[in-house]
Design a binder for this molecule. Structure first.
Ligand SMILES: *[C@@H]1O[C@H](CO)[C@@H](O)[C@H](O)[C@H]1NC(C)=O
Ligand SMILES: *[C@@H]1O[C@H](CO)[C@@H](O)[C@H](O)[C@H]1NC(C)=O
Length: 193
C-alpha cells in the first residue's frame, strides 16, 4: 500500500517537473523570430499613427530622473533600442510571461543605469510610472504577455505583500507620453535593431 502511493507520488513529481518546464511560446519580433537575450530591439506601437518607439523622457522639465516614454507620432527620432535579460540564467529565448530585466542601450545624461523599474504609485495620478535605475529586485522584473493576439508589457512579480500586477500603458503628461501601469494596456511589437 505504502509502496503504491509512493510510486504514484513519484510519478506525480515527474509529471509536475515535466509540465513546469514545458516551454511557453517565444515572444516573436516583427520578422517572426524569437526575442533573444542581449539582442537589441526597438519597442514600437502595434497600432499605427498613434506614437513612435519607446525612449527615455524627462518629466516636469526636470532633467533627472528619466522615465520610459514614447516618441510622439510626428517625431523624427526613432527611439532607443532595449535588450532583454531573462532572470533565469541560461535562458536565451524570451518566452511569453517569462521574467526579465530590460534596459535601454543608451547612455543616460543622469547618473543612473538605463534599466527599467516600476516606481511607487503617485497619488496625483494613481499610476505607477516606469522609471530607470539599477534594480536587482522584483521592481525591475518585467515580462511580455500575449493577450488577444497582441503583446503587452507587464509587471507582475512574486513579491511579499503581493502588490498589484499591472500592464504598461501610456499616460500623457504635459504633452509627454510616459509608460505607466494601472491604465489601459498598450499593444507593442519588437523590431530587431
Ligand atoms: C521604430 O523603430 C524601427 C526600427 O528601427 C523603425 O523602423 C521605425 O521607423 C521606428 N518607428 C518610428 C515611428 O519611429
Ligand atoms: C526635458 O525634455 C524636453 C523635451 O522632451 C526638453 O525640451 C527639455 O529641455 C528637457 N528639460 C530638461 C531640464 O532637461
Amino acid at each position: 500500500m505504502l509502496h503504491n502511493s509512493l510510486a504514484i507520488f513519484s510519478y506525480l513529481l515527474v509529471f509536475l517537473a515535466i509540465t513546469s518546464t514545458a516551454q511557453l511560446p517565444p515572444v516573436l519580433d516583427t520578422d517572426g523570430q524569437p526575442l533573444r537575450r542581449g539582442v537589441e530591439y526597438y519597442i514600437k506601437p502595434a497600432i499605427t499613427n498613434v506614437a513612435g518607439n519607446l525612449t527615455l523622457k524627462n518629466r516636469s522639465n526636470a532633467p533627472c530622473p528619466l522615465y520610459v516614454g514614447q516618441e510622439p507620432v510626428a517625431s523624427t527620432n526613432i527611439g532607443l533600442p532595449v535588450t532583454f535579460t531573462p532572470i533565469v540564467a541560461g535562458e536565451d529565448i524570451i518566452e511569453e510571461s517569462m521574467g526579465f530585466n530590460v534596459a535601454f542601450q543608451a547612455s543616460s545624461t543622469c547618473i543612473t543605469s538605463t534599466q527599467w523599474r516600476v516606481d511607487e504609485m503617485e497619488s496625483a495620478t494613481g499610476r505607477r510610472f516606469v522609471g530607470v535605475g539599477n534594480d536587482n529586485g522584483p521592481t525591475g522584473i518585467f515580462r511580455i504577455d500575449r493577450n488577444n493576439g497582441v503583446y503587452n508589457i507587464v509587471w507582475c512579480p512574486e513579491m511579499v505583500g503581493r502588490p498589484r500586477c499591472g500592464s504598461a500603458g501610456i499616460l500623457v503628461e504635459d504633452g509627454v507620453r510616459l509608460l505607466a501601469l494601472d491604465g489601459n494596456a498598450f499593444p507593442f511589437e519588437f523590431v530587431k535593431a
